[in-house]
Structures are given as structure tokens and as C-alpha cells.
Design a protein around this ligand. Structure first.
Ligand SMILES: Nc1nc2c(c(=O)[nH]1)N[C@H]1C(S)=C(S)[C@@H](COP(=O)(O)O)O[C@H]1N2
Ligand SMILES: [Mo]
Length: 428
């Protein structure tokens, strides 16, 4: 068997279902002319090779993209300095105290000065009974493209919060990590206390995370302990965690709010291409692959469209209209194939085994449903040959509520949602 075919068979399950290209009667002129219009088998080597080249579903910890602040960045400190400042598992201490500005009333603060700070050994004892694991795509609101997809393990933040015996005046949890003991460098985030104490329907808890893909968090990923907020953009998942302030403040005061970000925006559903052939020969089919971020409203389908830009004058006006995303519905959209769960999860998972008890997976490590919310899906499509010319390729998601990308929340500062446009040159 040729190697790419072998990889494909290892990475992806049953894809033998023949699928139909539905560029139908209303399809674009270029496709109407194509003899390949009717039906294309996904066993085509072009399609299979493109699918085989798709990135792994889980991202190895060291391959995550990094978004870190600090002069120096805390993860760049050498091992002995990290031990001095509490950034190793042996030396880590977490304070859970009343917010100095808007104090909640606590009976039993966890603080260094009282000798009650929470340490890694206590976290591990708590983990014996309280440990949770879930998959999550880490995405920076400002960057938009996911930084990595992982299985995050930790204990619910509420279990540590309750140790302080809060009595009243608790409306928000404000939290930050080590930043060279310099308040000006502090990167702060916050959550309404309700989100910490109780999980919205179907949502995993907010955790104090110590493992990613079955291995302890590296310094770059925020180790020894970071916060992970399942449904939020990355800025809520504070690394090198050192402090929780229990606060009576009712308003978000995240550092990210200072950059005009919509700090209460949960992960959106959107998609983008991973591979588009660089050179396309006229009248030869070609494959396009991509990923979708599966936001809080799930993923129903991925659709693609190809717009012919080499057209006559009266069509030009219509094309200009289509540049405006409001008019995107004037284009013809066709469903791409959302790939099934992979056989190889990637992410350097020990023994390729989904850790036991990972939310959304059954006891044998099979996903209970697919795609998984707050994570990632891959998609692919084989397109029929096109006449020589210039085209624009677009892809977009439709979420489980039927909202079509960039809806329901199109604003850039609420997270990326714009519909990607890739230009295609088809040469004879
Ligand atoms: N302490 C601290 N935590 C932080 C940051 C930071 O600069 N300092 N960056 C945040 C932002 S903006 C993002 S997008 C994520 C990125 O996570 P990653 O570097 O593990 O991919 O971490 C968040 N946690
Ligand atoms: Mo970010």
C-alpha cells in the first residue's frame, strides 16, 4: 500500500460513503460546464492524500502557540529561579483571599501570612476525588486562529474556593498569575462567581489545571497550575496562577477589557482552510481541507462556495455585491464533509488513549457525539475541475442553532468569525 493511503487508513475511520457534490442546477457557470459535476467518490487519491495530511486532532503540548506577557516571560526563567518564585510543583503556593478593593467576607482565607496557602500536594490530594478532564480548543480572542486543541485536567475552582468558607459579599472571582512580582505586569482575568460555583447546562467546570494531554503542564503552557475556562477565549485561562481574589465587584475588570475586547464572549463557531492546492490545473478535480472551531452553539455543517472572478461585465456588479458579507447568501454554498473521529488522536497522548473519564467520551475512549463542542473538527471536500480562470473560495459554518457564520456574533472584538476568502488561480 502506498504510504499516504496507509496513513489515511490509520488516521481516519470509514469514509467509504460516496458523497455527492451538490452544485446543482443553480450552480455557478463554471461548474455547470464540468463533466465531473455528478458524483465524486471520496476514495479518490487526491481527496485521500489531502485528508491524510491534516494536522492531528490533539496538539502536542510543545506545539501549542504561545501567548505570554512579562519581562521576562515567566516561563523563560531558569529552573532554580522558577523554584525561588514558586513556579515549580514543589514550591507552588496559591493564595485565595478577599479582594482588597471589594472584599468578600471569608472565614478562612488561604494566605501565605496565615500559613494557610494552598499548595500542589493539597491540589493532588483534592484531585484524587475531584479531578475532571475535558477537551478544549485554546484560542486567543485577539489572534483568532486556535493555539492548540488539548485535553485539560484539573480540579474545579469552586472546590478550592469553598475552603475559604465565604459568608457574603461574593460576586466575582478575580485571578492572576506570577508576573515578576510587578503589579504593572500583572495579567488579570475574572469570572462571575456563579460561573465558578455552578456549570451552565452541559458545560465542564472552570478548573485549576495541572495536566494537558496526560502530562504535567510545562512552564510555557502555564505550569505548574493555570486556570482553564472551558467556554472562554484564552485570556480567561490565566497561566502561572498565584492568586484568587474573592470580590464583591460586580463588573468584569479583566486586563483584556483594556484592549476593547468583548470579555464576556464565549467561543464562536467558525471555520477556515488548512490546505488549498497552490497550483490548480484546469478541468482537474482538487481537494480542499480545513478545520472548524466548534463554539458553544455546536457545529451543524461546513459549507463552501467557489465564485468565478473571470466573468463578463454585468456579472461583475453581482460579484462586488458578494464581497459584502451581507450578500454572501447570493453565492451557492455546498456542504463539505466533516471528518469522523480520528483513530490516532495525536497530541503525544500516552498510548493514544483518551484519559479515563474525559468529559464527552465513553469508558472505552470513544466520543459520545461528534463533533465535540468547545473543541475542533476537520473537514474536506473534493471539488470538480474548473475552467482556467480566477476564483474565490470561501468556507463558512452553520451552528446547531442554524446561525450562519459570521452570525450570531459578527463583531471582531467578540472573537474571530469573518468568512475567509482564498483566491484560486486555475491554469490550463
Ligand atoms: N499569566 C498569564 N496568563 C495568560 C496570558 C499571559 O500573558 N499571562 N495570556 C493569556 C492569553 S491572552 C491567551 S490567548 C492564553 C494562551 O494560552 P497558551 O499560551 O497556553 O496557548 O493564555 C492566557 N493566559
Ligand atoms: Mo489572548
Amino acid at each position: 500500500m502506498e504510504p499516504s493511503r496507509q496513513i489515511f487508513l490509520e488516521q481516519h475511520r470509514e469514509l467509504s460513503r460516496r458523497y455527492f457534490l451538490r452544485f446543482g442546477a443553480v450552480g455557478i457557470a463554471a461548474m455547470r460546464a464540468s463533466p465531473l459535476l455528478a458524483e465524486i467518490d471520496s476514495s479518490s487519491p487526491i481527496y485521500r492524500e489531502a485528508v491524510a495530511a491534516i494536522e492531528s486532532w490533539l496538539t502536542p503540548q510543545d506545539d501549542f502557540q504561545d501567548v505570554s506577557r512579562g519581562r521576562p516571560k515567566p516561563h523563560t526563567l531558569d529552573a532554580s529561579r522558577r523554584a525561588e518564585v514558586g513556579l515549580t510543583r514543589d514550591t507552588w503556593k496559591l493564595e485565595v483571599v478577599a479582594d482588597p478593593e471589594h472584599p468578600a467576607e471569608l472565614r478562612h482565607p488561604l494566605s501565605e501570612s496565615l500559613g494557610t496557602a494552598f499548595d500542589f500536594a493539597a491540589l493532588m490530594r483534592m484531585a484524587e476525588t475531584r479531578r475532571v478532564r475535558f477537551t478544549k480548543l485554546m484560542t486567543c480572542l485577539n489572534i483568532g486562529c486556535p493555539l492548540g486543541n488539548g485535553i485539560w485536567e484539573g480540579v474545579p475552582m469552586r472546590d478550592v474556593l469553598w475552603k475559604t468558607q465565604p459568608q457574603k459579599d461574593l460576586r466575582r472571582v478575580i485571578y492572576f498569575g506570577y508576573h515578576n512580582d510587578d503589579p504593572a505586569q500583572r495579567f488579570r482575568s475574572s469570572l462571575p462567581v456563579g460561573r465558578v460555583l455552578e456549570d451552565p447546562f452541559g458545560m465542564p467546570p472552570v478548573i485549576l489545571c495541572y495536566k494537558l494531554n496526560g502530562e504535567f503542564l510545562t512552564p510555557e503552557r502555564g505550569g505548574p497550575v493555570r486556570v482553564v475556562v472551558p467556554e472562554a477565549y484564552g485570556f480567561k485561562s490565566i497561566k502561572w496562577l498565584t492568586h484568587l481574589y474573592l470580590s464583591n465587584n460586580h463588573a468584569a475588570n479583566d486586563t483584556y477589557a483594556e484592549q476593547n475586547n468583548d470579555v464576556d464572549s464565549p467561543l464562536k463557531t467558525f471555520c477556515e482552510t488548512l490546505s488549498v492546492p497552490r497550483s490548480i490545473k484546469a478541468n482537474e478535480p482538487f481537494a480542499v481541507t480545513g478545520y472548524a472551531q466548534v463554539g458553544i452553539s455546536g457545529l451543524q455543517r461546513v459549507e463552501v462556495s467557489i465564485q468565478n472572478k473571470s466573468v463578463t461585465r454585468d456579472q461583475e456588479q453581482r460579484d462586488d455585491d458578494a464581497e459584502n458579507e451581507d450578500s454572501a447568501n447570493a453565492l451557492d454554498w455546498t456542504a463539505a464533509t466533516i471528518l469522523p473521529p480520528p483513530k490516532q488522536w495525536g497530541g503525544s497522548l500516552p498510548d493514544n488513549r483518551i484519559p479515563e473519564g474525559t468529559i464527552g467520551f465513553d469508558s472505552s475512549g470513544e466520543p459520545k457525539s461528534w463533533p465535540i463542542r468547545l473543541s475542533k473538527a476537520h473537514w474536506a471536500i473534493l471539488l470538480p475541475g474548473l475552467p482556467a480562470g480566477t476564483y474565490v473560495f470561501r468556507s463558512r459554518t452553520v451552528d446547531q442553532n442554524g446561525a450562519v457564520q459570521p452570525m450570531p456574533r459578527p463583531f471582531r472584538k467578540s472573537g474571530r468569525a469573518h468568512v475567509e476568502q482564498v483566491s484560486l488561480e486555475v491554469t490550463s
